[in-house]
Design a protein around this ligand. Structure first.
Ligand code: UD1
Length: 457
């Protein structure tokens, strides 16, 4: 795309129908704000400038501050025509300006490129689409010659115009100088009492500037959001597209309608994902990884051949190859597991490194620990890492065996090859190779009577 392209993103509308304090463009789709989707597509066009028009609140500006963006404030919002007039104050006076809406996130780069390229020829280029139900949209009114004559907003349309199914998506492009000529002439004498950007179409026709239309590959590309219902509908479309891309890449999904990718998910070959899984941030799954039902993975890397059993949570962790995780495992940020590690049910691991073949198969807490190779951590083992004020590290060297129901009071080091007897509280460092246990006696009482339930009268 030649560098004469600049982009105006209109994002100052109040979005009252969302019934929500968060500005509409900050609502989340696939884990990212709507505006983030629009911006990443806009940037792929490599424009010379992008100007975002925001409202009075300032949250949008704060959230998206970046060196390649300019900002224009529109307060109060007085319509899309007024918004574009504000945007032009932050853009150059020449070249072509492409207009995008900040809450319409699904347009493809190729589609936008086509719209913008046509405007390079000096025409007013519109993206339009035919809808089965065009209610609410501006209608494309064509003359007897089939050429676009005007856009009439739904509110202002006659019953005959409302029957038109070709609608304005809002995406348009024209030479910037033409927009600058037309915008000051727009008025607010309409049912909405707003400065409609769509009024420029009739002005272009009057000026003899050709108005041409481009259509998207799919009507889904042009869907915008005005309500939480729209947002939920779009989320499903977006997620289905993510699922289809995974299927196309050879991933086996138990049900493509029951996966949510709220970020990026990169998969090797022969990956299997069961129902109800959520992937957030950046997740990478190696070859032949299987992810059990209802697992949640955020910012995680999982090595080849690892099996994650159902209901496991993995957050901010690197997991090696051929590991067995879960079911019901919780792996927290700062954790790194080497190859063939086993983390079983109800085991929580935080900010810890575990060496090859080490195992914590049941009911344990391993926090702030460095664990060597071939270590077995018995059921009910707890690293007591917090003294109420500070966190301390536990070091467990290679080939240590820790019996069930053991507390390791950090800071503490268990030497290589040591064995810790069941039910031991370890509060001093343990020498390599020794057996450590606490002296306890086992008492028994022969005449013990269990309490019995009182029988109610
Ligand atoms: C607009 C179009 C309509 C089209 C529809 C497609 C106009 C007059 N109408 O209608 O033809 O079919 O989009 O969805 O353009 N905005 C501002 N400032 C404002 C008003 C809006 O920045 O004062 C921004 C909004 O944040 C939003 C975009 O412009 O990103 C569109 O606003 P919206 O109210 O959704 O437009 P519609 O009335 O639905």
């Amino acid at each position: 795309m030649p560098s004469s392209l600049q982009i105006a993103i209109l994002a100052a509308g109040r979005g009252k129908r969302m019934r929500c304090a968060l500005p509409k463009v900050l609502q989340s789709l696939g884990g990212r704000p709507l505006l983030a989707h629009v911006l990443s597509t806009a940037r792929k066009l490599e424009p010379r400038a992008i100007c975002i028009v925001d409202g009075g609140g300032g949250e949008v500006r704060e959230r998206f501050a970046a060196a390649d963006l300019t900002w224009a404030r529109q307060d109060p919002p007085r319509g899309t025509g007024d918004a574009l007039r504000c945007a032009l104050t932050g853009l150059g006076a020449d070249g072509v300006t492409l207009v995008l809406f900040g809450a319409d996130p699904l347009a493809r780069v190729e589609t936008l490129r086509q719209v913008a390229e046509r405007a390079q020829e000096g025409i007013l280029s519109l993206l339009t689409v035919e809808l089965d139900d065009p209610t609410g949209y501006g209608r494309i009114v064509r003359g007897a010659d089939g050429k676009v004559a005007a856009i009439i907003e739904h509110k202002d349309a006659t019953p005959k115009q409302r029957a038109i199914r070709e609608i304005n998506t809002g995406i348009m492009a024209a030479p910037t100088a033409a927009f600058a000529r037309w915008l000051p002439r727009i008025d607010d004498r309409n049912v909405g009492g707003e400065y409609y950007l769509t009024d420029v179409i009739a002005m272009a026709v009057a000026d003899g500037v050709p108005v041409e239309t481009t259509h998207p590959a799919s009507a889904d590309e042009t869907l915008g959001i005005n309500s939480k219902r729209d947002l939920a509908h779009l989320e499903r479309i977006y997620q289905r597209a993510q699922a289809d891309a995974l299927l196309d890449a050879g991933v086996t999904l138990a049900d493509p309608a029951r996966i949510d990718v709220r970020g990026t998910l990169a998969c090797g070959s022969d990956v299997t994902i069961d129902v109800g899984c959520i992937f957030e941030g950046d997740v990478v799954l190696g070859d032949a990884v299987s992810v059990g039902a209802h697992s949640i993975l955020r910012d995680a890397r999982v090595g080849a051949g690892t099996a994650i059993a159902p209901y496991s949570h993995i957050d901010g962790a690197a997991i090696g190859a051929r590991c067995c995780i879960g079911p019901y495992a919780r792996i927290r940020p700062g954790t790194s597991l080497a190859d063939e590690v086993h983390i079983g049910n109800f085991v929580e691991v935080k900010a810890s490194d575990l060496g090859e073949r080490s195992k914590a198969n049941h009911l344990a807490y391993v926090g702030d620990s460095t664990v060597g190779r071939d270590v077995n951590i018995g059921a009910g083992t707890i690293t007591c890492n917090y003294d109420g004020a500070n966190k301390h590290r536990t070091v467990i060297e290679d080939d240590v065996h820790i019996g069930s129901d053991t507390q390791l009071v950090a800071p503490v080091t268990i030497g290589r090859g040591a064995t810790i007897g069941a039910g031991t509280t370890v509060w001093r460092d343990v020498e390599p190779g020794v057996l450590v246990f606490n002296q306890k006696t086992q008492a028994s009482k022969a005449d013990y009577q269990r309490p019995r339930k009182k029988i109610k009268e």
